[in-house]
Design a protein around this ligand. Structure first.
Ligand SMILES: *Cc1c(COP(=O)(O)O)cnc(C)c1O
Length: 485
């Protein structure tokens, strides 16, 4: 096996703490009490709490070993398409953990909480500058909740106009959260077929857009990593029928400082701060999905938001049309701090450069793997590229086998079987934070596996071979989740 990261070292087994405990073990020695024993007050528990008895070293090893079963961007390349698993500078972790920020109580009155509110206000201004939008709410706690906020704003907008619109257009490349968010707000999702090049054509939108349709949800660049180049014509068609354009900004990492989203015709959008603006994420959080909008939708933004007035900074509720609160207090504050730190430490020029490198790296991966993997849409990509398992099928090897085998070579697998319009999709997002050597290592690993598909397909069916666990029963895990360890 090639000398790849992850192919060496020790993987420890680890029992549950309950199995590890031994009567009488103790993590610390406390001196004998030198005061008389008192009777326990009435309400105190009398029976044994039944915690396992463990020494300090037992506990340290237990949690350290468990942590080593995890894979993270800090341990290796994580090219999980659509998720932007880039390296998150430790500076931002340090900022978010600094006591003066982390301990600021959200119920302090504004006059005593000026630093916190100023940070939120400045972040709002930065996000507006990065997207070209007129207003923003930092409340949503994830991209999906940003979408929900956006759809509630769409619904509020049409209600205020006295219009009943029942449908929404959603391209067949969209992330599953798009139709889910729209449906939660009472809109029926109508699929728009992507064209032969993997992008939307203005004609296909024109054919479906009518006055019962609230608008369109569009991801740009889309989930194939392709820029929706007809977005302005599409927005004109939607606006022409009185509709609105929602921009799913999860892929902002490709276009920071390059595309003015407002000028593309988007009315409402969200950003995934945890993806693009440096918060370690995965396994469901933490996140923040600020929702942004153009002038005419400002009254519908969630409340409250940070404003600057003559007395300094304040959190205020906005407008009678506001869709209201989506999160307690000020939103997911620690994620907002990281985004603030990331934007300030990068500066405008470097944010743009980050996007340029993200696009360069993805195109490098794309061009170096096209001779071994099938590329369903062959055009320059943005920050990610999508292959399929078409060339592997003759060896009876599938996308899943390739993904699992990458684990043996020390790489987190790419996103697989998404977007749905590519059968056997392999979606690779290297991000800007990987250097050429590391990307080359990944490319070599993929090439080696493609070679194995021909020479030893059985091996790939069994992969991963050297990981702690082999193939998991994913159906069983989804149908019968075991949530107690
Ligand atoms: C990640 C993602 C979402 C959802 O964002 P979450 O923060 O995971 O809720 C929506 N759309 C696209 C294109 C995404 O990649």
């Amino acid at each position: 096996m090639a000398d790849q990261p992850g192919t060496r070292g020790l993987i420890f087994n680890e029992p549950l703490l309950w199995e590890k405990g031994k009567n009488g073990r103790c993590a610390m020695s406390i001196p004998e009490s030198d005061v008389p024993q008192a009777a326990l007050p009435e309400h105190c528990r009398r029976e044994d709490v039944r915690f396992p008895d463990l020494a300090e070293l037992d506990v340290v090893r237990h949690y350290t070993r468990l942590s080593q079963w995890n894979f993270s961007i800090d341990s290796g390349m994580y090219p999980l398409g659509s998720c932007t698993m880039k390296y998150n500078p430790k500076l931002n972790e340090k900022l978010a953990a600094s006591p003066s920020l982390a301990n600021s109580h959200p119920m302090l009155e504004d006059g005593l909480n000026q630093g916190t509110i100023r940070l939120l206000y400045d972040l709002q201004e930065y996000l507006k500058a990065i997207t070209g939008m007129a207003g923003v709410s930092l409340q949503p706690a994830a991209g999906a909740q940003g979408e929900l906020a956006g759809m509630l704003m769409f619904a509020g907008y049409f209600k205020a106009k006295g219009e009943q619109r029942t449908k929404i257009l959603i391209p067949d490349t969209a992330h599953g959260t798009n139709p889910a968010s729209a449906a939660l707000c009472g809109f029926k999702p109508v699929a728009v077929k992507s064209g032969a090049k993997g992008t939307l054509s203005a004609e296909s939108v024109a054919a479906l857009m009518d006055e019962q349709t609230a608008g369109i949800m569009i991801t740009n660049p889309n989930t194939l990593g392709l820029f929706e180049s007809e977005i302005q014509q599409i927005a004109e068609i939607v606006h022409g029928k009185g509709g609105l354009v929602y921009g799913d900004g999860a892929n902002m990492n490709a276009v920071m400082g390059i595309v003015d989203i407002a000028r593309t015709g988007v009315d409402v959008m969200h950003l995934n701060l945890h993806k693009t603006f440096s918060t370690p994420h995965g396994g469901g959080g933490p996140g923040a999905g600020p929702v942004l909008c153009v002038e005419k939708l400002l009254p519908f933004l969630p409340s409250p938001m940070a404003v600057r007035n003559d007395d300094g900074y304040a959190m205020v509720s906005v407008g009678e049309h506001s869709i209201g609160r989506l999160h307690a207090f000020h939103g997911n504050y620690s994620v907002l701090i990281r985004a603030y730190g990331y934007i300030l430490s990068m500066g405008a020029e470097n944010l743009k450069r980050a996007s340029q490198y993200a696009v360069l790296n993805a195109n490098y991966v794309k061009s170096r793997l096209t001779d071994v993997l099938h590329l369903p849409y062959d055009s320059a990509c943005m920050h990610e590229c999508v292959f399929s398992d078409k060339h592997l099928q003759k060896h009876k090897v599938m996308t899943l086998d390739l993904a699992k085998r990458l684990i043996d070579y020390g790489y987190h697998p790419p996103t697989i079987y998404f977007p749905l319009i590519v059968s056997g999709a392999i979606m690779i997002e290297p991000t800007e934070t990987e250097c050429k050597d590391d990307i080359d290592g990944f490319i070599e690993a993929v090439k080696t596996i493609v070679g194995e598909a021909e020479s030893n397909p059985e091996l790939l069916h069994e992969a991963p071979c050297i990981s702690k666990v082999r193939r998991l029963d994913e159906t069983q895990a989804a149908r019968k989740p075991c949530l107690i360890g």
